[in-house]
Write a protein that binds this ligand. Sequence first.
Ligand code: CP
Ligand code: NVA
Length: 323
Amino acid sequence: MIKDLTTILDLSAADVSQLLHSAFRFKELHERGVRREPSLDGRVVSMIFEKPSLRTKVAFEVAATYLGATPVFLTSEQILASGQQERGRESVVDIARNLERMSDLLVARVYSHTTIRTLAETVRIPVVNALCDQHHPTQALADLMTMQWHKGRLCGLTVSYVGDGNNVATSLLQACAMMGVHFRIASPPGYEIPRAEVQRAQQLAAESKSELSFVSDPRQAVKDADVVYTDTFVSMGQEKEKEQRLASFKGYQVTSTLLGQAKKDVIFMHCLPAHRGEEVTDEVMDGPHSVVFDQAECRLHIAKAILSGLLREYHHECARPKG
Ligand code: CP
Ligand code: NVA
């Protein structure tokens, strides 16, 4: 297993299969009512979050506790913004250098992907990207798990993403390309997935035989899809662009009519939080095709699989920080 999970590209297809297998095992235990399996007893999982979170925060805190580890959750108000107070501001890297002396793994939600990379290069404990402006790998793993749960397979499915070519779309594209899932995206001009990320996905797709398609017409993307997926048009940090973005994404809302273009047994997915009435209607969110809360549940099973995989396997082969 890898040291860090900074993007989906850190993983091989075999790593993803292993994580999914582990996550389904945790799901089964969860359904049997097992509430504790302390294989990481005594470990500490530190979490630095520069942006708000519901699902990711709770998933990793509950996962760490379930596995017997102690989660320590820190927001930027508590640490990064301390410059507003008298004690002075510390850089993210200096914070991480402190935390690596007291913890076994770092989960970080930040703005820039460069921060995630710097953290991974600087500290000797594993670093997990809990979302940055460019990637959301733990979400994409939970998305694959949700598809496998509801469709019984991954290879050969068609996922149609409607909306912004953002962090969630990028990680989903790369996860699908790696696992042989066909991926189509409809985004308005100017809001496509960054070209460099698409090129990386195309290399993976060539190996897995996944077909990738990039269009601007939502109906073209959604036709005969197995999965229809959307996310907010205004991601965290883009609040000032809200008005412009909502205008640009007119016509990209997932409605029952649009969903009707997909296969009859299509599932509707959303990483959440949803902005009802913007990227999706209430009717779709609460309708018979929606699996969004199963998808949220998968965040927990995947968090357990990630912590367990990185801590149990990585620490066997890696020395603790040198004294
Ligand atoms: N989907 C997701 O990452 O949700 P949170 O922002 O609530 O963690
Ligand atoms: N694209 C969204 C995802 C939230 C989970 C954001 O970055 O705000």
